[in-house]
Design a protein around this ligand. Sequence first.
Ligand SMILES: [Zn+2]
Length: 364
Amino acid sequence: MEDLGGGVYRIPLPLPGDALTAVNVYAIAADDGVDLIDSGMALVQARERLTDALAKLGFGLGDIRNFFITHIHRDHYTLAVELRTTLRGQICLGEGERINLEAIREVHDGRSEPGFIAMLHAMGAEELAREIRLDMAPMLADPQPSLRWSDPDRWLADGTAIDLRSRTLRAIHTPGHTRGHVVFHDEPNATLFAGDHVLPHITPSIGFQPSITRDALRQYLDSLRLMLTLPDSRLLPAHGPVCESTHQRVNELLEHHETRLAQTLEAASGGPATAFDAAKSIPWTRRQRKFADLDPMSQLLAVGETSAHLEVLVARGQLTRQATLEGIDHYTVPGPALPVGADKDDPRPGCGLPGIAGRPRPSE
Ligand SMILES: [Zn+2]
């Protein structure tokens, strides 16, 4: 546990088997209780670590007043839901996550497949989708899904002021990493509880969520630029160490995505390419690994990221997208040639048509 001053503490909780290794929960201590930013994952080890850390501050789990959750990913949300079943803590979550919570419940009821798997068909990665389905089967057969994915007590609208008496936080919607991600800004104390929006050592995954949108990266880049319109703050991220400047890291992330956009454009410039094709010709991770050397889950994230970048290039007019009759999206540099697989007699206007089998839900 790290004492950050002013009654704020960083409590890393374990994520066994996850490359991230830990998720930071931030405790804000007051006279009559404690508020948490994010909760950790519903695991015995995480619950024990949180219990021990709060005990050092003179609190028990029953003293938690509120869980302010940055987004719906299980390493942030699920321990709060578990603790709420027996304790008084109230859960607050950005209202943009409603659609993701509904999609998660649909998945657990067997009514649909997670968007991040269903999307792989349109991305030209059906083979990978088959592998992922096998890998994820145990996780999707979660024994208590309804408990872990129940609604929060309060949905937070953009700009909501949260009065904790010792300080006031403002919930700011920052869609991108997920549709309903929020950060909590404490302007007078120049502190940003950033969740996974701005991470110091890695780039947050884009659009890895149950209800996917083509727009995820554009939203993310807008949400990054939004941070530059606020006064610079100390960055309290959900993974990794506390950093002095949010702005510095935001600028690095913006630069990173411009580099990736250039690489993605080049990968698609050789002819009609699917997201899967393009992902295979781009280096991955800070160690510049080949796509083929990544494990299936990392490949899924890589294909999703590539697709998100391709979509920004389409929005910028640097690429066009056309779907084949099978519903597989091909991207190409605008020009006279027709993409492979496109039918020039196809009367359907444009591309990205909804209703083709296996397509992800169209974005708004
Ligand atoms: Zn996350």
